[in-house]
Ligand binder design. Structure first.
Ligand SMILES: Cc1cc2nc3c(=O)[nH]c(=O)nc-3n(C[C@H](O)[C@H](O)[C@H](O)COP(=O)(O)OP(=O)(O)OC[C@H]3O[C@@H](n4cnc5c(N)ncnc54)[C@H](O)[C@@H]3O)c2cc1C
Length: 411
């Protein structure tokens, strides 16, 4: 059989796309292929679970737009599907005069992005969060928390109820495109097989560059894995904060800084940091992959990123191995925490697209051919934004297939 649409990747972006495509085109055949035995096993299942309000993103960027839309869409999806979420709000805390200046710039950005926020002084900060110290902050009321694995699983259920097909334990190992269709070569439970479809969409996270290139599309970026390491606080600290507590980020760095995150299960995590990963889907500190390392060291962009961030990289790496250093990053705003309060918690790995010139791609990035569309960069807040991203992909596919309704018509 030739499917109308095949989607590669059962993380939240792929599943949101599959669910929305099937919703738009109930009469079309849609199949989603995932190499793992369950959905959301990688980035979607190893993140902070924050429904971001859209504080940080460049005005006019896809990130700013999709994040703002994503908050409302995620909450509506949770309400409709009986998924627990909590709009507990977040506090960005400045701890010195440099951070206070950065905080004001961030406040400006919130205004430009139409995010409702409140600037608070030291006294109000103390009133809101007695266990947190700082010279001021930004209160973002719309920020929330959820379990994105649960969201993805609910999307999968909705997709399958409408007749969508899913194939787990099926790894895409090759792609080819003809004038009529796309052939997806797979290894399914150890056996070679092929799936044909009129249109292909890849949402393969940490493997985004590889699946895009499988079709012969030339790319000038590569995925570099950045580990995000967490700790969890002991249960008696579950109420240490009422909001999520974030530092004011350094605008020159792409990650948000170690934060205190209330999780939807009631626990509180500390993290994530940002350190170089040596295996794209390897979560242990010592995990390495020779293929992943080879791909990095033979890519000029990797060395340029390393050079540009050498000092910060060294500090992050030191703190990754030396717990007291890690603790200091959070004691800055939560001084009562001690070394023994940092309990083990699984790490996540970010898929960060890096260009040949060493620049990090901040916005969502897509590539395409006549019969395919590829999500090449979907970093945070792509979990928050997954519904608008899926909707955007459905629109693009409709444009490319020449009609809002027919993948089968000439692409
Ligand atoms: C540490 C960390 C913290 C984060 N915190 C937040 C947060 O609080 N809020 C937020 O909004 N975002 C957050 N993010 C970002 C968010 O988790 C990701 O942007 C989002 O999950 C990306 O989803 P995805 O579907 O693109 O990728 P993934 O979830 O990685 O899914 C990709 C899927 O493709 C599959 N795949 C890959 N190659 C193949 C192949 N060849 N064949 C078949 N299947 C394949 C993989 O197995 C995987 O299941 C965080 C990310 C990290 C790492």
């Amino acid at each position: 059989m030739v499917y109308d649409y095949v989607i590669v990747g059962g993380g939240i972006v792929g599943m949101s796309t599959a669910w929305q495509l099937k919703q738009r085109h109930p009469e079309k055949s849609v199949i989603l292929i995932e190499k793992e035995g369950l959905y959301a096993k990688h980035q979607t299942g190893h993140n902070s679970g924050v429904i971001h309000a859209g504080v940080y993103y460049a005005p006019g960027s896809l990130k700013a737009k999709f994040c703002k839309e994503g908050v409302a869409a995620t909450i509506q999806f949770c309400q409709q599907n009986d998924i627990a979420y909590d709009q507990c709000g977040k506090l960005l805390v400045a701890t010195n005069s440099v951070e206070k200046e950065r905080m004001l710039a961030l406040y400006e950005r919130c205004q430009q992005n139409g995010i409702e926020v409140e600037l608070i002084d030291e006294a109000r900060l103390k009133e809101l969060e007695p266990n947190i110290v700082g010279v001021g902050g930004i209160l973002v009321k719309d920020t929330g928390i959820v379990n994105y694995q649960q969201v993805t699983t609910a999307m999968a259920m909705r997709f399958e109820e409408m007749g969508g097909v899913t194939r787990l334990n099926t790894e895409v190992v090759g792609l080819s495109e003809s004038a009529e269709d796309v052939t997806v070569s797979v290894m399914s439970n150890g056996k070679p097989d092929a799936v044909r479809a009129r249109f292909l969409i890849t949402c393969s996270g940490l493997m985004a560059d590889r699946t895009t290139r499988m079709l012969g599309i030339e790319t000038d970026f590569q995925i570099i894995p950045f580990r995000g390491e967490y700790y969890r606080l002991p249960a008696h600290y579950n109420n240490i904060v009422k909001h999520l507590i974030y530092p004011i980020p350094d605008p020159d760095l792409p990650f948000l800084g170690v934060h205190l995150t209330r999780m939807i299960d009631g626990s509180v995590t500390v993290g994530p940091n940002a350190v170089q990963g040596w295996k794209r889907e390897g979560y242990g500190k010592l995990n390495i992959s020779l293929r992943d390392i080879w791909d990095m060291v033979t890519f000029s962009g990797f060395w340029k990123v390393l050079k540009a961030n050498f000092r910060v990289g060294l500090v992050e790496t030191k703190n990754s191995w030396w717990k007291p250093g890690y603790l200091k990053t959070v004691q800055k705003y939560c001084p009562q925490l001690k070394l023994s309060d940092l309990e083990a918690y699984p790490a996540g790995i970010r898929a960060q697209a890096v260009m040949k010139d060493g620049s990090l791609v901040h916005d969502f990035l897509f590539a395409e051919s006549a019969r395919s569309l590829h999500v090449c960069n979907a970093p945070s807040p792509a979990a928050t934004s997954a519904i608008p991203i899926g909707n955007y992909i459905c629109d693009k596919v409709a444009d490319k297939t020449g009609s809002g309704n027919a993948a089968g018509q000439a692409a």
